[in-house]
Design a protein around this ligand. Structure first.
Ligand code: HEC
Ligand code: HEC
Length: 418
């Protein structure tokens, strides 16, 4: 008996020793240091369904903490169980990705209508498109107003949460700048603080980075060399989050995947149109007979209408015409990637090895087209030249099957418990 207790004690000690070394925490912005109170509140808000128009969707619906902060389905589902046409990325390393650039115009509908962010120009973007860097705080508020994700308004959510005295109390306890209850600013800050508090998986690659060179075997170390060398993965998947947070062109406009995305968008548009007419018909029928459900049906119709015909200047929830997103995306963090499939923003690859092979083929095609376009690019006036024209980034090399196998072995060391 006493033996087994002692054995248990040792195990616990060993475990706490291994886990007591926290992976480097993401930098905390001066305007929003991550206090325990804010992190706790952010965690609560992350699972709060009152953030959505139909009261059924929380951040955790698509970024499920139990599943590595993804939902595991190809196309995440938002309010009204409508597919958003995108695959939800994991949140695990988002706090480490310093700034996510968003093309203005296309990006607005994803991230709310904040105009005060610093505008930056990003390498690799067509010169005519303006790009802004959006803080994690703002990015956390975006989904609330995205008509397909949570379909609500920030003002509406702030109002609803303020009706709840317990919620007001929690907000006031988490922030020390007065008794203001729930505010937009505080919601963004608490959610961002929560995401920054997420620890990277205690994966073998972490141990390796901490100095334990035996944490990776020979094959995995070869894989790491390919990641940094011939695969050129590290060009974009760099830094503590394994993402440079930048936008890159990663596919040709006519690649099968880009075409598939457009087809999916078209199907969704048709489906939305069908739902719209059903709700409109229901609203009419119910109001004729004086039934109470009519207002609800009308609200649903209005919501879908907003997706189909977005307000002036906004493209609407992942509209059909998000052309740039067919072929460009910002780099996704890779921590825990073995667990976070399906892959890519369109969820088009179920298996990680298939995703990586396809990714390499597509990037090689992009680089080849840039090379072959160089002559025509030379004719473009300097101020209009695409930023990559002068020196197109080198493409990943073509990997042999055994090299791809080694790369996969390395990627598997990015999850804990392997
Ligand atoms: C309906 C599903 C859904 C819900 C609900 C949702 N998200 Fe997301 N989230 C996504 C998808 C899809 C993306 C990828 C968007 C893209 O890059 O096009 C994403 C991306 C993000 C990103 C990365 C930003 C970026 O630039 O790619 C953050 C941060 C984020 N979500 C936080 C949240 C928070 C916080 C909430 C709750 C307030 C939330 N999400 C609710 C589906 C969802
Ligand atoms: C030119 C920049 C660039 C290079 C080089 C690059 N990637 Fe990526 N990677 C991206 C971008 C951008 C995305 C997001 C694509 C999307 O969302 O559709 C991505 C996504 C991924 C994903 C999907 C992650 C997820 O959660 O869905 C994996 C896996 C991946 N990259 C692995 C690699 C590997 C392995 C290499 C090296 C062979 C590599 N990448 C090289 C830019 C790059």
């Amino acid at each position: 008996m006493s033996m087994s207790i002692r054995a248990l004690g040792w195990t616990a000690l060993l475990a706490s020793f291994v886990f007591a070394q926290p992976p480097t925490a993401p930098p905390q912005p001066a305007h929003n240091p991550g206090t325990a109170g804010k992190v706790e509140l952010g965690k609560l808000l992350f699972s709060e369904k009152r953030l959505s128009a139909d009261g059924k969707v929380s951040c955790a619906t698509c970024h499920d903490p139990q599943k590595g902060f993804v939902d595991g389905i190809e196309q995440s589902k938002g309010i009204l169980q409508m597919a958003v046409g995108r695959n939800a990325p994991s949140m695990i390393a988002m706090g480490h990705v310093a700034s996510f650039p968003v093309p203005i115009g296309h990006g607005k509908e994803l991230f709310g209508r904040q105009a005060r962010e610093r505008r930056v120009r990003i390498r690799g973007f067509p010169p005519q498109s303006k790009v802004k860097a959006v803080s994690l705080e703002e990015r956390c508020l975006g989904p609330i107003e995205n008509p397909l994700e949570m379909g609500d308004s920030i003002a509406g959510v702030v109002h609803a949460l303020n009706e709840d005295p317990e919620m007001r109390r929690r907000f006031d306890a988490a922030f020390s700048n007065g008794w203001k209850g729930v505010t937009r600013d505080r919601m963004g800050k608490a959610l961002a603080a929560f995401l920054r508090s997420l620890e990277l998986p205690r994966a073998r690659f972490q141990l390796f980075l901490d100095g334990d060179t035996t944490a990776l075997n020979d094959e995995e170390r070869d894989g790491l060399a390919i990641f940094e060398g011939v695969g050129r993965c590290n060009d974009c998947h760099s830094g503590p989050g394994l993402s440079d947070g930048k936008m890159h062109r990663i596919a040709m406009f006519n690649s099968p995947r880009a075409q598939w995305r457009r087809k999916v968008a078209q199907t969704r548009q048709t489906e939305l149109q069908r739902k719209l007419s059903v709700h409109q018909r229901n609203a009419q029928k119910l109001s004729k007979v004086g039934k109470p459900g009519s207002a609800h049906e009308a609200r649903m119709a209005a919501l879908i209408g907003r997706v189909l015909t977005p307000p002036q200047g906004r493209v609407g929830g992942y509209g059909q015409d998000l052309r740039t997103f067919d072929i460009q995306a910002h780099t996704l963090p890779l921590w825990d990637v073995p667990r976070t499939g399906p892959y890519f923003r369109d969820g088009s690859a179920k298996r990680l090895d298939v995703a990586v092979a396809q990714h390499i083929t597509e990037m090689r095609a992009v680089a080849a087209s840039r090379r072959s376009n160089r002559a025509s690019v030379a004719a473009i006036p300097t101020e209009l030249k695409p930023s990559w024209a002068a020196s197109p980034p080198p493409a990943p090399g073509e990997l042999r099957k055994d090299e791809l196998g080694k790369l996969m072995a390395f990627l598997r060391t990015l999850s804990a418990g392997d």
